[in-house]
Design a protein. Structure first.
Ligand code: FO1
Length: 342
């Protein structure tokens, strides 16, 4: 069953969420709880994907899939709950590469996906089937069926994303990013159809890292233009709270790129793409810095209640914006990319 070209129920008001892994998955969990399955389409970043030990690993897609299935490891944020590590132990004994840890149950996902990709199935078809088998009712799409690989430009070299993130623990100073393969990749048809849909209720940019989780999605041909022309409110939720990133290297990256570590920087980064911005109570002082409608609320999600409450608040904000003529920010975009070197 290939859901790559699937459409949402056209009679239902639908919500499109753009997400990276752990941070975005929290809001996606809330959205999946407050919306019917046919009302939510989740598009996942695949720029973090890579080939490792002969396997195709899709970290953000898997984090979203496991989270929506309720089988994720909430402590680590990635991988499966209760996983065991016999494969890694045995691999270490044999002198294999152990810098990227694959749990035994998680390994099954990578092996089965790789077999199916090699047999000619698309990533979206494999994802749809895995989701069905794991009981995920929400439609989860990779941003593209073609490979896109994020490269992190450091002072001396361009590092493949997982080399930077896991092997080097985000230590190298970041100068910019590029998304290898993005120019030749195509966004999933169902994603583009949703963006143009008359009944689309909102596009929600989840509280994910703007540089490495959302920009790869925006870098796909046609996506930026389609978002800019989208008839529904486009809303971003800040991943920066009180001058810190809730998860991951967002704040460190901002500092190294010479950007202030504030919620405003993220709004400016999305620039004229967004109609509304959601930030935390702790950042209420920054409201005056933006010239688009802002919703100040609790964005820190510690439990399921927080996730559902934020999801409801974001949707109510979108509905409020949709009742007025939509206007976008006048601020310039602070996109940080470097030319592809390959
Ligand atoms: N993150 C780590 O910090 N160390 C790991 O060994 C690791 C393994 C891993 C395996 C499967 C998977 O789906 C994700 C994994 N992650 C690991 C997380 C991943 O590198 C990042 O969270 C994302 O790429 C950033 O969104």
């Amino acid at each position: 069953m290939d859901r790559g070209g699937a459409t949402l129920n056209d009679n239902a008001a639908s919500v499109l969420a753009l997400s990276g892994g752990i941070g975005g998955a929290k809001l996606v969990t809330g959205l999946a709880r407050v919306l019917a399955p046919e009302q939510l389409l989740v598009v996942a970043n695949t720029g973090d994907d890579f080939e490792h030990l002969g396997l195709t690993i899709c970290p953000d897609l898997d984090t979203l899939m496991y989270t929506l299935a309720g089988v994720h490891d909430p402590a680590k944020g990635w991988g499966r709950a209760g996983d065991t590590w016999r494969f890694m132990t045995a691999l270490a004994e044999l002198g294999g590469e152990t810098w990227f840890r694959l749990g035994d149950a998680d390994l099954a996902t990578h092996i089965e996906r790789t077999c199916r990709l090699k047999a000619g199935e698309s990533l979206s078809a494999v994802t749809a089937d895995f989701c069905r088998r794991l009981g995920v009712a929400t439609t989860l799409l990779p941003m593209s069926d073609q490979p896109v690989r994020t490269l992190v430009q450091t002072a001396d070299t361009a590092l493949p994303f997982q080399q930077y993130f896991v092997a080097q623990r985000c230590a190298p100073v970041v100068r910019g990013f590029s998304f290898q393969g993005a120019d030749a990749a195509r966004p999933l048809p169902a994603f583009m159809e949703a963006l143009a849909r008359r009944t689309l209720r909102a596009v929600i940019i989840c509280p994910s890292n703007p540089f490495i989780s959302i920009d790869p999605i925006l870098a796909l041909p046609g996506v930026h233009k389609a978002l800019a022309a989208c008839p529904a409110p486009v809303i971003a939720v800040s991943p920066v709270v009180g001058g810190r990133a809730l998860k991951g290297p967002t704040a460190k990256m901002m500092r190294e790129l010479g950007l202030p570590v504030t919620a405003t920087t993220v709004a400016r980064h999305y620039g004229a793409l967004i109609h509304g911005y959601v930030l935390d109570h702790q950042d209420a002082a920054y409201v005056q810095d933006t010239d688009i409608p802002v919703c100040v609320t609790q964005t820190v999600m510690q439990n399921l209640d927080d996730k559902q409450t934020l999801a409801r608040t974001v949707l109510a904000f979108a509905d409020e914006l949709a009742r007025q003529p939509l206007r976008r920010a006048a601020v310039t975009n602070t996109r940080v990319t470097v030319e592809e070197r390959s």
